[in-house]
Design a binder for this molecule. Structure first.
Ligand code: UGA
Length: 433
């Protein structure tokens, strides 16, 4: 099938390459010439395992191409809209890129074409956009994306569910048939597919992210309780997680959530509820946000305490800057924010991340970056592990201790073997344990 993907950021670039991997003919379009040049020459503009492979395979097969010219989408049967919906100044989602993408696409739509929204949007957006698409004899569907950074290709090629938001009647049925053809291989593998209305599809996406954020903040609230009672939140999570109704996944206490999705999505959802006249319905999400942000302050306080009341002039090694491992994304990253706060308080921070130094440097040019774990920890009085990369989990505490000037570690992701670090003479501090 001939497919276009409008917007080649994280979501769009992965979607375009993955659709080519599934055998479709794909044209990816973006207004940013730098991004298009990189993609067209097989270089992903961000770190995502497996993306380079599918990108290069797609380009080599001749089934994948990129362009800055929106007219290149002409003739495609299905047009995916995958542009960003960043947080605006009020917390609400900024829809200017979605609106611009649809506006630029409309003149190129032929009768019977399908436009598929993948961007995360406030409920009501699809209904607002549909008339200009209907006028061209085309149809709009909303098909939210649930990919996780670090697993983005896998999540796109083999998702755990497919949700189609379509209009009622024959146009909606035809839209669902076209989407079934796009996702034929996932459907053949038994992937559950739900056909719903626009509003439900839009809400599935934001409510899933709100639920995940709530789960993380719930366990981080328990971590706060554990910190004053001497309980161990990791054991608590293991125990409650064995109840199948609760489940152990997404119950890791630590620095909390960051990234380009969960923080902005819970804020946009609250803003939308307020617009709908439901100003108290999602009040709990403000608490979810507050618990989450308190974890960052907690680490700064703990570092200050471990260094005897002030971090000024003290050498601190920070391992991990990305918002999670296997990613170079530092948008709203708890790790990068903590490193910056410590540096702002006068600490001599040496920060390292296997993939996220370049992206961190763009946001925090004044921070001191090390080129390896070894150089980051050299002579440090305190070590902070803030992103749970495998490389950091595997550190030998004895070797680390002999390279450092002090023996204190904050395990911001509860990812280290506490006993091994204590045996190596470290004052070990986890999160909620
Ligand atoms: C999230 C959702 O998980 C995806 O389903 C969704 O498609 C995506 O947002 C999106 O809206 O596009 P992602 O932002 O890639 O995916 O990252 P997550 O794996 O959800 O992690 C988010 C943050 O939560 C990270 O900072 C992570 O360290 C933190 N986290 C996660 C915890 O603190 N504890 C946990 O138990 C799990």
């Amino acid at each position: 099938m001939r497919i276009s993907v409008i917007g080649c950021g994280y979501l769009g670039a992965v979607h375009a390459a993955s659709m080519a991997e599934l055998g479709h003919d794909v044209i990816g379009v973006d207004v940013d010439p730098g991004k298009i040049d990189a993609l067209q020459s097989g270089r992903p503009p961000f770190f995502e395992p497996d993306l380079e492979r599918v990108l290069r395979a797609g380009l080599a097969s001749g089934r994948l191409a990129f362009s800055t010219d929106i007219a290149a989408v002409e003739g495609a049967a299905v047009h995916f809209v995958a542009v960003g919906t960043p947080q605006g100044p009020t917390g609400a989602a900024d829809l200017q890129y979605v609106d611009a993408a649809v506006q630029s696409l409309v003149p190129h739509l032929h009768d019977g074409a399908l436009v598929v929204g993948k961007s995360t949007v406030p409920v009501g957006t699809a209904a607002r956009l549909a008339p200009q698409i209907d006028e061209r004899g085309a149809t709009l569907a909303w098909n939210p994306e649930f990919l996780r950074e670090g697993f983005a290709v896998q999540d796109t090629v083999a998702p755990d569910r497919l949700v189609y938001g379509v209009p009622h009647g024959p146009a909606g049925a035809a839209a669902a048939d076209l989407l079934d053809a796009v996702y034929a291989s996932a459907l053949a593998a038994g992937t559950p597919r739900l056909i719903v209305d626009y509003a439900t599809a839009e809400l599935v996406k934001v409510s899933a992210n709100a639920f995940l954020a709530t789960k993380i903040s719930f366990i981080n609230a328990m971590a706060e309780i554990a910190e004053v009672t001497g309980a161990d939140v990791t054991k608590l999570a293991d125990a409650i997680g064995l109840d199948a109704r609760i489940g152990r996944r997404f119950l890791n206490a630590g620095l909390g959530f960051g990234g380009g999705c969960l923080p902005k999505d819970i804020r946009a959802f609250q803003a939308r509820a307020t617009e709908l006249g439901l100003e108290h319905t999602l009040d709990f999400l403000a608490d979810v946000d507050a618990v989450n942000l308190r974890r960052r302050a907690r680490v700064v306080d703990l570092a200050t305490e471990l260094l005897g009341g002030s971090v000024a002039g003290r050498r601190i090694a920070v391992l991990g800057l990305a918002f999670k491992p296997n990613s170079d994304d530092v948008r709203d990253s708890p790790a990068l924010e903590i490193a910056r706060r410590l540096a702002d308080a006068g600490a001599l921070v040496s920060a390292y991340d296997p993939e996220a130094v370049v992206t961190s440097r763009r946001l925090a040019p004044d921070l001191d970056y090390a080129s390896s774990t070894v150089s980051a920890i050299d002579g440090a009085e305190l070590l902070l592990v803030l992103t749970e990369w495998q490389e950091f989990r595997d550190l030998d505490p004895v070797a680390v201790g002999s390279a450092m000037a002090g023996r204190a570690v904050i395990d911001g992701r509860n990812c280290l073997d506490r006993a091994a670090w204590q045996d190596a003479g470290f004052d070990y501090r986890g999160m909620g344990r």
